[in-house]
Design a protein around this ligand. Structure first.
Ligand SMILES: *Cc1c(COP(=O)(O)O)cnc(C)c1O
Length: 233
């Protein structure tokens, strides 16, 4: 099976899992994570129907976004201060903001580029030391900071679940959903209206994420890696 077919299969399955969970398939956006593949693979995914792509390095983001400007590009990687203008120049949505100093730099870069940058705040729900992101209790503070920045708009939350253990995965997704609800209930109505995104779920755990309420799934290997073994749970 080629990339085109694998994307189509993932898209069909996402729709199926949505319907089984009583959700509208239109509520879930599939970000095809193209970080390990070249421009030709991106082209094949586009042929299969993909329109959102995720990259974790500013250089590849810029290169591929320039080749495929009609698609929507997401930055999902670790943010480095000095690369923020490059990221802001190409990304429609930044999923991985968790530091105040980066928020301020994104605001500056977006102002210079004449745009308002949409971002998600990355949360380390499970508290694993190896994971980046805000502790759940620190999210409100960064939200307040971003609320003062006129060129940054917080569109929701992002997390990576612990690998392998079904129960821990489920808890992380549910934890993010609850956190979003709590934060939303304390927000001004205009802010709450756009704070509707939940980026969670990857090749191995996206089904669980969709059932929990993900609005964005970030899928790499299941689309681009021929050797990926799907073990649905
Ligand atoms: C690589 C990556 C993904 C995609 O992971 P797969 O397991 O290949 O689907 C999703 N999110 C982030 C942040 C990543 O770095």
């Amino acid at each position: 099976m080629g990339i085109e077919q694998r994307f189509e299969r993932v898209a069909d399955e996402v729709a199926e899992v949505c319907r089984a969970a009583g959700r509208n398939p239109g509520e879930v956006r599939i970000v095809a994570v193209s970080k390990t593949v070249g421009p030709e693979a991106v082209r094949q995914a586009v042929t299969g129907g993909a329109h959102d792509f995720g990259e974790n390095r500013p250089d590849s983001l810029m290169e591929k976004a320039a080749l495929y400007p009609d698609e929507t590009w997401h930055f999902i990687g670790n943010i480095q201060s000095r690369r923020i203008p490059a990221i802001v120049g190409s990304a429609t949505l930044i999923h991985s903001l968790y530091e105040e100093r980066h928020a301020r730099k994104i605001d500056e870069a977006a102002a210079a580029a004449g745009k308002v940058q949409d971002v998600l705040l990355e949360v380390n729900v499970s508290g694993e030391a190896s994971k980046s992101g805000l502790a759940p209790d620190d999210v409100a503070k960064l939200l307040d900071v971003c609320g003062q920045l006129s060129h940054v708009r917080v569109r929701g939350l992002m997390t990576m679940a612990p690998r392998g253990e079904r129960c821990a995965t489920h808890d992380a997704f549910e934890g993010l959903v609850r956190l979003q609800a709590v934060l939303r209930s304390g927000m001004r109505a205009d802010r709450a209206a756009v704070f509707d995104g939940l980026s969670m779920g990857m090749s191995e755990d996206w089904r669980e994420a969709v059932r929990a309420g993900a609005t964005i799934v970030r899928i790499g290997r299941a689309i681009f890696d021929d050797a990926f073994e799907d073990v649905p749970f």
